[in-house]
Each structure stands twice: as C-alpha cells, then as structure tokens.
Design a protein around this ligand. Structure first.
Ligand code: KG4
Ligand code: ZN
Length: 348
C-alpha cells in the first residue's frame, strides 16, 4: 500500500492529508484525527454501554439523544489530543450507514456543519468499509488481496479486498450475525448486555468440550448460519436446567469460533489471498483471536489482528476509509443523507 494516491476525481490526497472522522452508527460516540490514511493522531470513543445496559440492548431513541450530548465534547477532545484546530483539517468524514438512522443523522449533520464552517470537504463513509480498513490502519504493509472476516453485532461476512474500494463478498450469514448470537445467548443465560464480552469472560472458567453444539454448514461453502446454534443452546439449558453456565458459554463460543476460523481459512485458500485479517466487534473475542492467529501460522498466511479498540466501533477506521474514498471519489455532496440499510459496495 502506498501512502500517496493519485486522485481520479481531482481531489489530491497525500501522506499529510488530515481527516477528522466521526462515528455514531450505534452506541459509541467517537471522533478521531488520522493523517495520511493510517497515522492516528487521536481516537476518542465514548461508550453508551452503561446507559443501555439496564434495557438489555441499545434503545435507538436514547442512543440518538446521547450522541447529541456527547459528540461535541468528543470531537473537541479528539482535536486537542491531535494538537490541531478545526480549520487545519483537510476534510471531515462521518459514518452515513448502515446503523440506527437517528444516530447516523447526528454524526452526518455534525460533520456537514463542521465541513461548511471550516470550508473543507465532507466525506460520507460506509461503516462496513470502515471496519475493513481497521486492519490497514494498524498495519499499512498488509498486501492485497486480503480476506477480512468481518464479524459484528449486525454482520458476519467474509470479504475479499482485492484493491482499495474493490470488494468481493465470499460468504455471509444466512440468519443471525455472530455478535447477535453472542448477545442473544448471553441474554438467555442471564449474563447481561453486551453479551459478547460477558460470554468471553465466563467461558474462561468453563469446559469448551462439555457440550457438543451443532456447527451449521461446516463442510460446505463460505456462508454461515447461527440461529440453529442459538436454539440448540436454549433447548439444552431447558432440558438440563442444572447445566453449568460457564460450560454452556464455553461450548457455545467454541462452536462459533470453530465455524468462523474454518470458513475464514477456507476463503483465504480459495482466493489465494496474501493475508487474512479480522474486523468488527466480535474480533475482540479472546478465543477467536487465538485460534485465528494459530490457523494463519499453520496455513502460512500473513494474519493480522487489529487491537481490540480498533475492532469495536471507533472513528479512526472511519477517517482511514475516508482518506481512500476522498482520493477515489472526491468529496461527498452536502445533500448526502444517512442510510440505515447501506450495503457494502461490491464488484460483480
Ligand atoms: O462492531 P461492533 O462494535 O458494533 C456493530 O457494528 O455491530 O460489534 C458489536 C458486537 C456485539 O454483538 C458484541 O456482543 C460483540 O460485538 N462483541 C464480542 C466481544 N466484544 C464485543 N463478541 C464476542 N466476544 C467479545 N469479546
Ligand atoms: Zn461496527
């Protein structure tokens, strides 16, 4: 990956281009200044987890209102940490989808207002594309084609990143996302919200081989299905109310990670990838991180694990993706809205 890219639409980005990224798609309010697509000068994340925990999940209306309260101080902190004044920036970017529409609108409207005031371009960023860039922010030497296993609360996808902005979907979930399965199983087991970190913690005390849960479509293809596994966990606990919660959590996590890692390495082999990376909130999972790295070593792929902070929602990945998009597509219009169902742009 080079640090200077010729713009096709007349917007010259370079190694010194400073972008403020804003992320408000769900329950993290985040702002970050990234220079040249990968030098992170600041990255501030204010989590709303405590606000939503007592409801057992994210309440969209509460999330939007919290973004309104938190975003200005979060942006101010990101600028102070970066040692920059707003008008010194070269562009302002915000996640425009997918996500909760009210939350997205807070970030998009703020970014457009700041871009107008500072007289710099506005860049609308696809949240999924931002997750794909998380690995490249921390390791800009990663070579393409890269297979990224993107596992979050809303998505489970295997994406071949063949070039910048050139993505091919290799596989995806047919029902629940992996993070959704973690959250639903955790809720059923009474482990609270968010479920992924709770299962990750309690599974450390359990036996991952205590219960043999199903691995859907294990031997076929690159798609995933997690809803049968979730139902199997619920049925097991109903039939065995005395079952040890750490054993159930560990056996569930073992089944999810086994399927994710098996399909990710199959995908990398099938397309002859140069590397394999993780992205999305579930990529913070301890067992997934361990198994993923061992698989890469065994198969001889350059495996890369972004830090946990870069896997979960943050604005550094938004600013990084914006640097590339600004170079390839130029600024976004100020009429650009938020799209809660935005898809990852794919090549045929
Ligand atoms: O990417 P993300 O921060 O937000 C979305 O765009 O969805 O991902 C959130 C998801 C939640 O489902 C959460 O339970 C899961 O990531 N997660 C984890 C872990 N940390 C977060 N899942 C398993 N183990 C973890 N340690
Ligand atoms: Zn996300």
């Amino acid at each position: 990956m080079t640090s200077t890219v010729p713009s096709t639409l007349g917007f010259p980005i370079h190694a010194g281009t400073k972008i403020l990224g804003i992320e408000t798609s769900c329950d993290e309010t985040a702002a970050s200044v990234v220079v040249g697509g990968h030098h992170v000068r600041s990255s501030v994340v204010s989590s709303q987890v405590d606000i939503h925990a007592r409801f057992g999940g994210v309440v969209p209306e509460i999330a939007s209102r919290a973004h309104v309260d938190l975003l200005t101080p979060v942006i101010a902190e990101a600028l102070v940490e970066a040692g920059l004044e707003g008008p010194e920036l070269d562009a302002v970017a915000a996640t425009c989808g997918p996500g909760l529409v009210g939350s997205l609108l807070v970030g998009v409207s703020s970014a457009k207002a700041l871009a107008l005031v500072w007289d710099v371009p506005f860049v609308a960023v696809n949240h999924l594309e931002a997750h794909l860039y998380a690995a490249l922010v921390e390791d800009p030497t990663l070579e393409l084609p890269l297979v990224v296993l993107l596992v979050s609360g809303g998505h489970t996808m295997l994406v071949a990143m063949e070039g910048h902005g050139r993505y091919r979907l290799l596989g995806s979930t047919l029902d629940d996302a992996a993070g959704e399965a973690f959250d639903k199983v955790a809720r059923y087991l009474g482990l609270g919200y968010p479920g992924g970190p709770a299962i990750d913690r309690i599974a450390m005390e359990g036996d991952p081989h205590a219960i043999s849960f199903p691995r859907a479509m294990y031997h076929e293809g690159l798609d995933f299905s997690f809803s049968g596994l979730k139902t199997a966990v619920i049925n097991h606990v109903r039939k065995n109310p005395e079952a040890s919660t750490p054993d159930v959590a560990a056996s569930f996590q073992e089944a999810v990670v086994d399927v994710l890692v098996t399909k990710a390495r199959r995908a990398a082999q099938e397309i002859g990838a140069k590397g394999l990376a993780l992205g999305g909130g579930v990529a913070a999972n301890s067992l997934l991180r361990e198994r993923f790295l061992s698989a890469c070593v065994e198969d001889g792929f350059h495996g890369f694990l972004p830090s946990r902070a870069m896997c979960t929602d943050n604005a550094a990945m938004v600013a990084a993706a914006a640097w590339w998009r600004l170079g390839s597509d130029g600024p976004s219009g100020l009429g650009h809205g938020a799209d809660p169902n935005l898809k990852l742009p794919l090549i045929a």
